[in-house]
Design a binder for this molecule. Structure first.
Ligand SMILES: COc1cccc(Cn2ccc3ccc(-c4cc(N)[nH]n4)cc32)c1
Length: 246
């Protein structure tokens, strides 16, 4: 997968050099290219923003630098990418969206700052390629860079060979299957007793069927406590089937 990221703060993406994503880049599974938006300005101050039409607080990112930057990035003959634009007013970024994006050959991320990017940029490119305006949560960040880091990690970990243990993707919260739409339950490792606290006996029993049932029950318990709305989406048959499974 090729990923292009356009930003006025490309240094925000240093974390993409480390850990799983960094290794995926070294192996060639991921080809991440960073672009400084100001390289497509032509004034001495390398201006990327201006006052909003209609008044209001803050500044808006000018369309011209974005148009020149995206035209340059898209000039590549590697097919047609999806353009992902983080924004508080976008559609929710979910595990399902991450799964869909992980099947794309090429993603281009546009990182806005200030009060956002002139809307004509999304309109212009929306006539040429798929444009997804995406929110990573109901809170307001200062720009798109952190949102892109979140999305690149969530998508990148789903690519073949990036996570050592394939099963851990299938067992993800929100992944399809028996644990779909359930939160992760508690996890434990050695030592068996830590500051007088023991690991749940069932996990030491070696009875995989009972362990699976215990984990499902703990996931249901945590989901009911923290995200009860997710239980509404559970298929009652699936819930009953799980009861018969183990
Ligand atoms: C566009 O509307 C805005 C209104 C007030 C402030 C800002 C700041 N800002 C600029 C670019 C940008 C990109 C993404 C986000 C963002 C995404 C999520 N989930 N939270 N915040 C915030 C961004 C934007």
């Amino acid at each position: 997968m090729r990923i292009d990221i356009v930003s006025i703060f490309p240094e925000y993406f240093a974390p993409l050099d480390v850990s799983l994503i960094g290794k995926a880049r070294e192996r060639g599974t991921l080809d991440v290219r960073l672009h400084q938006l100001r390289d497509w300005t032509h004034d001495i101050h390398r201006t990327v923003d201006d006052t909003p039409y209609g008044g209001g607080p803050g500044m808006v990112m000018k369309p011209d630098p974005w148009g020149e930057a995206l035209d340059s990035v898209l000039a590549s003959d590697e097919g047609t990418p999806r353009l992902i634009v983080p924004t508080p007013s976008g559609r929710p970024f979910t595990q399902e969206v991450a799964l869909r994006l992980s099947e794309e050959p090429w993603l281009v991320f546009a990182c806005g700052r200030y009060e956002g990017i002139d809307s004509r940029v999304m309109a212009e490119y929306g006539e040429r390629l798929p444009v997804d305006e995406v929110s990573i949560g109901d809170y307001v960040l200062a720009g798109g860079e952190v949102a892109v880091l979140v999305m690149v990690e969530a998508v990148g970990r789903l690519l073949p060979g990036v996570l050592g243990n394939v099963r851990s993707v299938a067992d993800d919260s929100f992944a399809p299957g028996a644990m779909a739409n359930l939160l992760e339950g508690p996890v434990y490792t050695k030592p068996p007793v830590w500051r007088g606290r023991e690991v749940p006996e069932i996990l030491l029993s070696g009875h995989h069927g009972r362990i699976a049932r215990w984990r499902r029950d703990e996931a249901l318990r945590r989901t009911s406590a923290n995200r009860p709305e997710l239980l509404a989406d559970l298929d009652p048959d699936t819930l009953d089937k799980r009861d018969r499974e183990v």
